[in-house]
Design a protein around this ligand. Structure first.
Ligand SMILES: Cc1cc2nc3c(=O)[nH]c(=O)nc-3n(C[C@H](O)[C@H](O)[C@H](O)COP(=O)(O)OP(=O)(O)OC[C@H]3O[C@@H](n4cnc5c(N)ncnc54)[C@H](O)[C@@H]3O)c2cc1C
Length: 507
């Protein structure tokens, strides 16, 4: 078998990557060890930046239709409500941030939506296909897959290990996974049906299992379903398995006997907080992404979201290099994503420590960094800041949204095209943009985006009349930013990002 990109693992990371490649016409094989799609609600919290990525991928409508906002928390101790409130106060959308709040969607549903999108784009997942081993040479990767029990050889130009925390790919590369695993904080996870529980609240019993284990007992109504996600700290030194009986006993202990009746266990699992990061995200033609590259404490809901961002960063680069861009573009994946993953890991670990310390604000999730909108690559190799007096947003930052006119038409659909885009303010910038790449240019102030309310000028920090040219990368970050636009420099930068700026996307 031959393919351009072999992706090991059809979790959220592998699926986003597959969609990104499929919509650019790259042939990829998504090998998934399991026979059936993942069935748990596990990573249910989608961050605002992920919603923006999902909008670009064409799945946001389904995500919004099938998910829901986070309900308020109701915490109880000894039958008394001790706290009612949100983890983070809901915010209003603004012109530059269309989705300011996190959104809940059970992970199984995110997976199904992405699989559906992949099929629309002409791709698919090969189930029962476990990556067993591989070798690489100067021209590609030869991998052995066990498909339906039979070993098959696959030749690919690149391999991406999106195969989760226990990644076979990472182990085969012998890349160290540095960090900690907290056996003493073992927890049981179950998606359950229940009677006697108000689905308008995320129920918490902060005293949890007691002892060393920092987790509260929680029952969170899963948006768009009739189930709850139950997290139960496993009492220290015990190895209770996640059965309905074990869950019922724990809920009786936490909430009081006979109050809540668990009627069905739909899915269950055991987890131990694992806080680790791979020392490298790339070895030659092999990349690591998502949990294969970094695993987080569930506190803060960052793991799945960070994996989505890895895939969104890598997909367009792989496609560009496969279609003729300079291979150095791929070096920027690790250079950009490793520091971001390290930062995110620091944030989720600090939240985890608050749980351990039983800090009074341990439930708060109001650190703006959790929304992943402020993450970017200003120090990365693709960020070129050429302004004499730069202001926010800087090269490497997320390109903000804006709205125009009475119809409130948004900028995002114009600049999220999956290809590099030029955003021009002022006549000199407009001239360069239209001369270099007219079909990939948005001139602010032109009929396409009149900016009557000045939201684009405000979001991009440009004074009306001033010249500024922003080259927006295919993943929606600012690449080159200049106040003295130049055709040769613009063309050279675009060529670095993509051999064909005008390559139309599918779907
Ligand atoms: C209790 C809990 C709550 C969480 N809550 C959140 C949250 O709110 N928000 C958030 O962002 N994250 C959350 N997470 C984390 C999130 O679930 C993970 O980060 C996410 O699943 C990672 O996605 P992934 O695609 O990288 O890996 P996975 O989802 O692990 O997918 C890897 C896939 O690879 C397959 N595979 C493994 N080995 C092979 C092989 N050799 N060959 C082929 N296929 C293979 C597996 O079967 C699997 O399908 C939570 C985690 C836990 C435990």
């Amino acid at each position: 078998m031959k393919t351009e990109v072999l992706i090991a693992g059809a979790g959220p990371t592998g699926l986003v990557l597959a969609c990104e490649l499929a919509r650019r016409g790259v042939v990829c094989l998504v090998a998934e060890r399991d026979a059936e799609p993942f069935a748990g609600a596990r990573g249910k919290g989608l961050q605002p930046r992920t919603l923006e990525v999902f909008e670009d991928l064409g799945v946001l409508e389904r995500v919004l239709e099938l998910g829901g906002a986070y309900p308020p928390i109701r915490a109880e101790i000894d039958g008394e409500t001790v706290f009612t409130g949100h983890m983070d106060e809901p915010k209003e959308a603004t012109a530059d941030v269309p989705y300011p709040n996190g959104w809940m969607l059970p992970q199984w549903r995110t997976g199904l939506i992405l699989r559906e999108r992949l099929a629309e784009l002409g791709g698919s997942v090969t189930p029962n296909a476990e990556l067993v081993s591989f070798t690489q040479d100067g021209d590609g990767v030869t991998a052995v897959l066990r498909v339906d029990g039979t070993e098959r050889e696959v030749r690919a130009k690149y391999l991406v290990g999106a195969d989760g925390g226990r990644s076979t790919v990472r182990r085969a590369l012998d890349v160290a996974f540095v960090g900690e695993t907290h056996e003493e904080e073992r927890a049981l996870l179950g998606d359950v049906r229940a009677e006697g529980l108000d689905p308008a609240f995320w129920h918490m019993w902060p005293q949890g299992g007691g002892g060393e284990n920092p987790f509260p007992v929680t029952l969170c109504p899963l948006a768009g379903t009739d189930t709850f996600q139950l997290v139960l700290p496993s009492p220290p030194g015990t190895a209770a398995e996640p059965t309905l009986e074990v869950f019922q006993e724990a809920v009786d202990r936490a909430a009081g006997p006979g109050r809540i009746k668990l009627t069905e266990l739909v899915w269950s699992s055991v987890f131990r907080p694992n806080i680790r990061m791979a020392e490298r995200f790339r070895v030659g033609r092999v990349f690591l992404a998502g949990d294969a590259a970094h695993v987080h404490s569930p506190a803060g809901g960052q793991g799945l979201n960070t994996g989505v961002q890895d895939a969104y960063n890598l997909g367009w680069k792989l496609a560009a290099v496969l279609r003729g861009a300079d291979g150095e573009l791929l070096d920027s994946y690790e250079a950009e994503r490793l520091p971001v993953a390290a930062d995110v890991l620091g944030i989720s670990s600090a939240l985890h420590q608050k749980l351990r310390d039983k800090a009074p604000d341990a439930h708060r999730r109001d650190d703006p960094r959790l929304r992943q909108l402020t993450l970017g690559y200003p120090a990365g190799p693709l960020s070129v800041e050429r302004r004499t007096a730069p202001t926010e947003p800087y090269a490497g930052d997320r390109a903000p949204d804006a709205v125009t006119g009475p119809s409130r038409e948004r900028l995002f659909p114009l600049i999220h095209t999956g290809t590099p885009m030029l955003l021009a303010f002022g006549p000199a910038a407009a001239r360069v943009a239209q001369s270099v790449a007219p079909a990939s240019s948005v001139v602010i102030g032109s009929p396409a985006f009149a900016d009557e309310e000045g939201t684009a000028h405000a979001a991009y920090g440009v004074t009306p009349g001033e010249n500024a040219l922003f080259i927006i990368r295919p993943d929606g970050y600012l690449g080159l930013v200049t106040d003295s636009p130049d055709e040769a420099e613009t063309t050279a930068y675009l060529t670095r990002l993509s051999p064909q700026t005008q390559n139309a996307l599918k779907g």
